[in-house]
Write a protein that binds this ligand. Structure first.
Ligand SMILES: Cc1ncc(C[n+]2csc(CCOP(=O)(O)OP(=O)(O)O)c2C)c(N)n1
Ligand SMILES: [Mg+2]
Length: 362
């Protein structure tokens, strides 16, 4: 890595050059290429990542055709994190808290594609009744605690859910209360105060929470190494006496295994984990971003790490499913997404007279 020195009037600022470090770290992480999953699990992971990828591609198409408004942040490239974490957890039992890059977390958590697409179109049939849009997906039924436009906003909410789980068990005597919360957020968000405050409390009270950092190297146009004194985020767990782990976030099996370790600690009362997943977004920050800042060679490096391709290689190597089976899963997903678009296009807009409905709980 070549340091870059910037002279200002008052000080000399040295920061890392863009590129290098993030990818070097990935190359040094343990690969799961020799891990064999069972067929059902492999196909579940393949299906979920394919749904995430193709749903987002359809969103881009709909956005550019003027069917979707406002800011839309896509998740392409990061699917192994959503699928690896959420599919290791218990549906409708554990809890998930997202960011503005939330469509795929919602899908992994089981929110139907019809409800997610309707929300993006601002329709009454959306999971947030059309009042939230892309950045504010929410589903009580699927334990999705929300998407949040402000960075770091979801971390304290997730902490509250983890506290509730512990409180129900320890103070209210509900021995079945062993739910764990996964809080997703980005590398840029780790420089915000909520991150540090919530890590402190979570470890102090040994709360059942996994802080999942999706380190995609970029916070809009700010490279992680230029903004962060210690770019290895997982090491920050140490300051709180917490378990920290870094994992290849392009490898769904590795993410799943790291999550399983964190879940075991959380359910047995050992407390939280800071899980840093090294990943990359394949598209610009949002659909309004022409993505001209990032180097082509960097994009090419990460494109070769596509999590869908590496899972397919693992499936092939272990002869868990044939290529034609995987292609037919893709076809099924495509029809599910086309159905979601049809459904959303034909759904009703919210009634303007009910604009303030759902702001407060009844
Ligand atoms: C409190 C707050 N400050 C600033 C912003 C503007 N903002 C939007 S996205 C973003 C970058 C976040 O980057 P990161 O956490 O790495 O997430 P990523 O977009 O890479 O998923 C910033 C600073 C915001 N939304 N909220
Ligand atoms: Mg980022």
């Amino acid at each position: 890595m070549n340091p870059k020195t910037v002279d200002t009037n008052k000080a000399t600022i040295t920061s890392s050059m863009q590129g290098g470090k993030h990818s070097e770290r990935l190359e040094n992480l343990k690969s799961s290429a020799n891990t064999k999953l069972n067929r059902a699990t492999s196909l579940e992971l393949f299906r979920d990542m394919t749904l995430g990828r193709r749903f987002e591609d359809k969103c881009a198409e709909m956005y550019y055709r003027g069917k979707m408004f406002g800011f839309v942040h896509l998740y392409n490239g990061q699917e192994a994190v959503s699928t690896g974490v959420i599919k290791a957890m218990k549906m409708k039992h554990d809890w998930f808290c997202s960011t503005y890059r939330d469509h795929v977390h919602a899908l992994s958590a089981g929110v139907p594609a019809r409800e997610v697409m309707s929300e993006l179109f601002g329709k009454e049939t959306g999971c947030s009744k059309g009042r939230g849009g892309s950045m504010h997906l929410f589903s009580k039924e699927h334990h999705l605690l929300g998407g949040y436009a402000f960075i770091g906003e979801g971390i304290p909410v997730a902490l509250g859910a983890a506290f509730t789980s512990r409180y129900k068990r320890d103070a209210l005597g509900d021995s079945n209360s062993d739910s764990v919360t996964a809080a997703f957020f980005g590398d840029g968000t780790c420089n915000n105060g909520q991150f540090f405050e919530c890590l402190n409390m979570a470890q102090l009270w040994k709360l059942p929470i996994i802080f999942v950092v999706e380190n995609n190297k970029w916070a809009i146009g700010m490279a992680h190494d230029r903004a962060t004194s210690e770019p290895e985020i997982w090491r920050k767990a140490d300051a709180f006496g917490m378990k920290g782990e870094e994992v290849n976030g392009m490898d769904v099996i590795a993410v799943r295994e790291a999550t399983q370790r964190a879940l075991e600690r959380a359910r047995s009362g050992e407390g939280p984990t800071l899980l840093e997943c090294l990943t990359y977004r394949f598209r610009g920050h949002s659909l309004a971003d022409p993505d001209e800042l990032r180097a082509e060679e960097e994009k090419e490096f990460w494109a070769k790490k596509d999590p869908l391709i590496s899972l397919e290689e693992n499936i092939n190597k272990n002869q868990l499913a044939s290529s034609s089976e995987l292609r037919s899963i893709e076809k099924e997903i495509d029809s599910e997404i086309n159905d979601a678009v049809e459904f959303a296009l034909n759904a009703d807009d919210p009634n303007p007279n009910e604009l303030t409905k759902y702001i407060w709980a009844n």
